[in-house]
Design a binder for this molecule. Sequence first.
Ligand code: MTE
Ligand code: MO
Length: 251
Amino acid sequence: MKEKKRMTRRRAIFAGITSAGALLLSGCLKKMPPTYGNLLRMGDNLTYMAQRGLLSQRALAMEYQKSDITSFPVTDIGDPADPASKAAYSKEYQELQRYNFKDWALSVEGCVAKPGKYSMEELKKLGERTQITRHTCEEGWSAIAEWTGVPLGTLLQHAGILPAARFVCIYGFDNYGESIDMLDAFHPQTILAHTMNGESLPARNGAPVRLRVETQIGYKNVKYLQRIVVTDKFVDAGPDISNGWSWYTGI
Ligand SMILES: Nc1nc2c(c(=O)[nH]1)N[C@H]1C(S)=C(S)[C@@H](COP(=O)(O)O)O[C@H]1N2
Ligand SMILES: [Mo]
């Protein structure tokens, strides 16, 4: 009896290991990160393969209640008059900000049938989603806020995304950029947020619009959006390759 139990347990463990292995292997070939082979991006290999292979691809990130909302630390933005502050306060950005972003428009380019610019009004007309989520910065802090914005997938569909499209590069006015794959681009919680905690997105949090990609870590959430480029090839748009930060940072 004892022996049998032990056997069953051993078999169960073995079955568990082999099925997990088979799952990984079967999904493996299709689920290599596009950065595979890049030494500084080695972190992607396991996280991307594990996430794409084992988790439901539409799994939602945790959403919170209004009472969970916390303060957000001030990160990279300083005083616009201070030359040491980041390029988010470039001349072009300052000009737009001076008129409350009235003339701002988001450029959508690349593998889309209808490339063009979307004003705030046009973006808002496409639809919206509101979510209370936790932002997790790679530097060790996290904060919860409510975000409202147009789902990136809705915008891409409206722009007539072409079958060749594989990645979406998102750039801010400070030349910060990131790229994500189509699964994350069309994830229901991936939105272009124009509203934070019920108010227009403040400058320091990325006005007028920022990306919220809740399936990944803080630095993928590009602020001060300027343009979106849909590509058929992998473009490692991240600025942090030299730091060895992963391209894929699934959470
Ligand atoms: N354009 C742009 N987006 C950016 C950054 C940046 O420097 N420039 N920093 C990233 C990092 S590392 C984090 S943690 C979050 C910080 O968002 P917050 O300033 O709203 O807290 O923005 C991300 N998006
Ligand atoms: Mo961060």
